[in-house]
Design a protein around this ligand. Structure first.
Ligand code: ADP
Ligand code: MG
Length: 608
């Protein structure tokens, strides 16, 4: 276990960079401080010896004021040096935490985008930020204290032989028992238990976030909180593990440990009583009393030091679990970047026999999918929910990389293209576009930082956002998400479209929204889509089949496989899955509004 701990400390210290040496300086200073702190006790012994030697003519003890001052200055010096030690270790600890955060963020920047779908941002934050913070106790306090305590134990052993080894041994025995108890709580199989019990926090945190998010649903459907089984189970699990470890494993050892830590003198008194008769007989009773006085006072220092070790044990455990969480972030997959990137030629998009499985999934989300989108074409992906449409679309900008086969843009495997070049070439509008909590101007400009105000306005106008801007208090400078300036889902979608229009990328990947059913918004969104798609290569995930009728090609995905492809007319004639979906769709539309076949490029709100 000691070896493992060493490993962790050095892993953590590697993050400190050039500040690493400060930690060592801090530890050395802490050793010096501890040794200085022991000097006053020796002074006490000297004073006692001189006083007893001259008793009862106290005036003869001329050296005692010198000892007194020495004790004073060493005590003060010890505190000052300890303070300096902590300064050093803190500087290094803060630098370590900062560097962990920086490197973690850098790591996140190179993770594939899909990673953030599967790892909630709150969880990443908790792991990285929380983890970095939790290493502080160990690095800033515990390492220095452990060094100091080690020095103290050596000092105690030395002093033991300097005065009376039997009474020294009695003091040491209490310390040894305490330390053994500490190890029995944390060592061996129990270290696994601790890790398990700390790891149980993660699901609890995750389920807690889910729970808060789900409160509206609970209220609307009049359910009890017990419907949040996952959250309750996570808490129960954590509580059971914490209870088992704290209650069953730690109770006895901790009781014994505290008894001997606080009562380091328990063995000293009986030992002294046993030794007293022979000391009397030997005639050096004065010396014996002096030694006893020394150890009685000295046992206090052992208590203090052991309390620090206990504190250190807690800090070490915390740091171990923190490091585990930090490593989860640092072990995030890396989007591999080609060492010699190839520039794509044109805007053709092709899937060549693509198979892709999500991590941990039993079945591939896409199986041997091949399809071609010629430059300037609009290709629609349709199919039942869960068919793999979103997955296919997200492989193009490398949210994930394929298991086998290849996705090509401009005739080049996307893995061979410089990610920046790839991103410049593609604009995506996904269902859950997130707007930043900043002005509309900046939100749209995120796509193209050098765009002028006029260009942003033009893009917003093209995305049919004029009505949104007109009603906002500060126009495009209104901060979204502040008082009274929340945008509806459909409005957000339009702002996101303005962003994509401003980006002016030749390839558009579009996941059409289904959720925003209010007719006015839908008509405007269709209009914005039309502007965005003009003269571009488009891969569109369509949920309302009315928008795909005019597509150059319709690809039907079902259970991860491409079951059909062709134009609307061809697929209707083939009388397969698409024809069935089309019939269902028309029935639904007729039920709703009476009629409905619309060209995606000319949908002027007719559907409304
Ligand atoms: P569609 O967009 O056609 O509704 P998706 O591409 O979203 O379908 O999903 C295809 C399959 O992959 C589904 O079985 C879904 O459960 C699974 N899936 C989607 N996203 C993830 C993810 N981030 N992690 C694991 N599995 C996923
Ligand atoms: Mg989808």
């Amino acid at each position: 276990m000691a070896e493992k701990k060493q490993g962790e400390v050095s892993v953590l210290l590697n993050y400190a960079g050039s500040f690493k040496s400060l930690t060592f300086v801090g530890c050395v200073l802490s050793v010096i401080a501890m040794l200085m702190g022991m000097v006053p006790y020796i002074c006490v012994w000297l004073v006692a010896r001189d006083l007893i030697a001259v008793a009862p003519n106290w005036a003869l003890a001329t050296n005692i004021s010198t000892y007194g001052w020495a004790a004073f200055w060493f005590a003060v010096g010890g505190i000052v040096v300890y303070f300096a030690a902590l300064m050093c270790t803190h500087l290094s600890a803060f630098r370590t935490a900062t560097n962990i955060r920086k490197q973690g963020m850098a790591r996140m920047m190179s993770a594939p985008l899909g990673y953030f779908d599967n790892n909630a941002s709150g969880l990443i934050r908790n792991r990285l930020d929380g983890g970095a913070g939790e290493t502080e106790t160990l690095l800033a306090h515990n390492l220095a204290d452990i060094s100091g305590t080690a020095a103290m134990l050596i000092g105690v052993i030395a002093l033991m032989f300097a005065f009376d080894w039997r009474m020294g041994l009695a003091c040491l025995l209490a310390a040894v028992i305490s330390i053994l108890m500490l190890f029995s709580m944390m060592g061996g199989k129990n270290s696994g238990l601790i890790a398990e019990y700390q790891a149980a926090q993660d699901p609890m945190c995750k389920a807690g976030v889910e729970y808060v998010r789900g409160i509206p649903v609970v209220k609307v459907f009049q359910q009890t909180v017990y419907s949040f089984k996952a959250f309750k189970e996570a808490i129960d699990d954590y509580s059971a593990k914490a209870g088992h470890y704290q209650g069953e494993i730690c109770r006895m050892p901790q009781t014994i440990n505290l008894t001997f830590t606080e009562g380091a003198f328990v063995f000293l008194v009986p030992v002294a009583l046993i030794l007293a008769p022979s000391a009397l007989a030997s005639g050096n009773f004065a010396g014996f009393i002096t030694d006893f006085a020394f150890y009685a006072v000295f046992s206090a220092i052992i208590s203090t030091a052991l309390a620090k070790v206990m504190f250190a044990a807690g800090g070490t455990m915390l740091a171990t679990s923190a490091l585990g969480r930090i490593n989860q972030v640092m072990d995030a997959p890396v989007l591999e970047i080609a060492s010699e990137p190839v520039a794509p030629q044109g805007n053709r998009v092709e899937f060549k026999d693509v198979t892709f499985t999500y991590e941990g999934a039993a079945e591939p989300a896409l199986k041997n999918v091949s399809l071609v989108v010629e430059p300037g074409q609009t290709v629609a992906l349709v199919g039942p929910s869960g068919g793999g449409k979103t997955t296919a679309a997200s492989l193009i900008p490398r949210f994930w990389d394929v298991d086998s086969g290849a996705v090509e843009v401009g005739g080049v495997d996307v893995r061979q293209i410089d990610p920046h070049v790839l991103m410049d070439q593609i604009a995506f509008v996904f269902q859950n576009n997130r707007l930043f909590k900043t002005s509309i101007l900046e939100n749209v400009r995120a796509a193209c930082p050098e765009a002028t105000r006029e260009e942003v306005l033009a893009a917003l106008s093209a995305a049919q956002c004029d009505d949104i801007i007109a009603k906002l208090p500060d126009g495009i400078d209104t901060i979204i998400g502040t008082e009274g300036t929340y945008l509806s889902g459909g409005e957000q979608q339009r702002v996101a479209l303005a962003r994509a229009i401003l980006k002016d990328a030749p390839i558009i990947v579009l996941d059409e929204a289904t959720a925003f059913a209010d007719p006015e918004n839908e008509a405007l969104i269709q209009k914005a889509f039309a502007t965005l798609m003009r003269d571009r290569t488009v891969i569109m995930i369509a949920h309302r089949l009315s928008t795909v009728v005019g597509a150059d090609k319709i690809v039907v995905l079902d259970s991860g496989q491409m079951v059909e492809q062709g134009t609307h007319g061809e697929l209707i004639a083939a009388n397969g899955l698409y024809a069935r979906m089309w019939a269902d769709y028309n029935q639904a539309v007729q039920w709703r509004i009476g009629v409905g076949t619309l060209e995606p490029t000319t949908t002027d709100g007719k559907e409304a």
